[in-house]
Design a protein around this ligand. Structure first.
Ligand SMILES: *Cc1c(COP(=O)(O)O)cnc(C)c1O
Length: 476
């Protein structure tokens, strides 16, 4: 029987001061820090021994669940296991460089980024890549700024971005943040409704944002026709790369007709995610859009790498410096480790795993739009609430899939097993899902470190910091 650790763990700030903390060898009074820069009163954090701090974090980790604890088939997120070797390499001291280091001393770093750009160009079928965006959503936002600049440069006034109703919430948010109006179109048989697309396209259309395969795991087989329609209307086609894992080395977004492509390095290329660590969302573009990419661009001339800031058409800077470097290193090593054939094997295995599970679950769950899937599939329970099912699943020691997304499927359970799970694990997960569908669901979770939370209050009145929790007296 599974039981998650359930410590009544306080925040470190709430521990009593035991006076056992690390003692600075030199008393602050004798150091040369000017008086006006010194804090008058001691800061209100307790002195704790190393042992106490280690135990605190160990207990927190015991109450956690991650891909290192078990299967984590969160649809649309590609929560796969990635080799620990990547962490080891990315953490090397030699890679730790101050961002203002002169380029002459950062040649190796620039080479890694330059070569990663080249590999992503090949994988995405695009002409230029920037590594700057820190996440998929920031990549989308950059993509929308590029769309805007593209049309402005051509003196075209285009204000609308078309987005299918299966899209991830970041798509409309990014388009809106860049100043566009969002036009949502419905799906037909789980894919873009061609008729609806045709009527939405017009002189005001700036772009269509699409992910392929889409969030139902279905490959939009009309993609070439979609690209033609979008381009004939004078608009651009944007690729949300969250689902790239399923087509790696098989087909390239650039070849499908996409003009701008984002890559979620933390989904597809070797950075574990879900715990809020840094990610990266590089953007690839067609040659005609390269001049708008953010500065600096990495150039390679006469045996040296340099940073080019002299780009008058660039949208400018998207964020500080050059991107989340350690995530870039992990992607670089990951791609080198697997090679072209290995990447293709990843896509094939991820697809096989998803269809294997779907095949076994189909008879027990509702499943719309029959047919094969790519890396993920969406089902819904019969006569039960998905939320209840997911909470009961927690008590079995397995992480639930994504729930209630995409929005077009009622009571959606969106399962993405990824390539990194063994057949036995998939079988166990399927057996558990079938058992839950067959039996009466009880109060849950009982065996997890956190019981049922008040999700409405959490989203309507979020308390996002310890300070606000203390100030609002919300208690623990
Ligand atoms: C995860 C995801 C995004 C956003 O990517 P982040 O890196 O989380 O910002 C966009 N679209 C889809 C379909 C996704 O699954």
């Amino acid at each position: 029987m599974f039981r998650q650790a359930k410590w009544d763990e306080r925040l470190l700030f709430e521990y009593e001061d035991k006076g056992l903390g690390f003692a600075f060898p030199m008393a602050l009074e004798t150091c040369s820090l000017p008086q006006k820069l010194r804090r008058g009163t001691p800061i209100a954090i307790p002195n704790l021994s190393e042992g106490e701090v280690v135990r605190h974090y160990t207990r927190l980790s015991e109450m956690n669940y991650g891909v290192d604890s078990g299967i984590y088939p969160l649809g649309s997120c590609t929560m796969k296991y990635t080799p620990k070797l990547l962490e080891e390499i990315a953490a090397k001291d030699e890679l730790d460089l101050h961002p203002y280091t002169h380029v002459a001393f950062a040649q190796g770093h620039l080479q890694i980024m330059y070569e990663l750009e080249a590999m992503l160009k090949e994988i995405g079928g695009v002409d230029a890549v920037t590594l700057q965006p820190a996440a998929g959503a920031q990549g989308e936002f950059l993509g929308m700024l590029l769309v805007k600049r593209h049309h402005e440069t051509r003196d075209e006034h285009r204000t609308e971005v078309i987005i299918p109703d299966t899209a991830h919430g970041t798509n409309p948010a990014s388009a809106k943040m860049a100043g566009f109006d969002v036009v949502e179109i419905p799906s037909k048989d789980g894919c873009v409704d061609m008729q609806a697309l045709k009527s939405a396209l017009g002189a005001r259309t700036a772009a269509l944002m699409l992910t392929n395969p889409n969030t139902l795991g279905i490959f939009e087989s009309q993609i070439l026709e979609i690209a033609d329609l979008v381009h004939s209307a004078g608009a651009l086609l944007y690729y949300d790369g969250a689902n790239l894992n399923s087509i790696l080395g098989v087909v390239r977004p650039g070849d499908m007709g996409f003009d701008i492509v984002h890559f979620n390095l933390h989904k597809t290329f070797g950075t574990p995610h879900g715990g809020g660590g840094p990610g990266a969302g590089p953007i690839g573009v067609r040659a005609s859009l390269e001049r708008y990419l953010p500065i600096p661009r990495i150039e390679y001339q006469t045996g040296k790498y340099r940073l080019d800031y002299d780009r008058p058409d660039s949208i400018g800077k998207l964020r500080a410096f050059y991107g989340n470097f350690n995530v870039l290193v992990k992607a670089y090593v990951y791609i080198k480790l697997f090679g072209g054939d290995g990447l293709r094997a990843i896509a094939e295995c991820a697809t096989l795993n998803a269809n294997y599970m779907l095949h076994k679950l189909k008879a027990h769950y509702n499943f719309e739009y029959d047919g094969l899937r790519k890396h993920e599939f969406v089902i819904s329970p019969k006569g039960k609430r998905t939320l209840e099912l997911a909470k009961n699943l927690l008590d079995t020691g397995m992480h639930p899939p994504t729930i209630y997304f995409p929005l077009i499927i009622k009571e959606a359970l969106m399962i993405e097993p990824t390539e990194s799970e063994a057949k036995e694990t998939l079988d166990e997960y399927v057996a558990t899902l079938i058992a839950l569908q067959e039996r009466e669901l009880g109060e849950a979770p009982m065996n997890a470190s956190v019981a049922r939370i008040d999700e409405v209050t959490a989203s309507k009145a979020p308390i996002t910091s310890w300070m606000s929790m203390r100030n609002e007296g919300a208690g623990r």
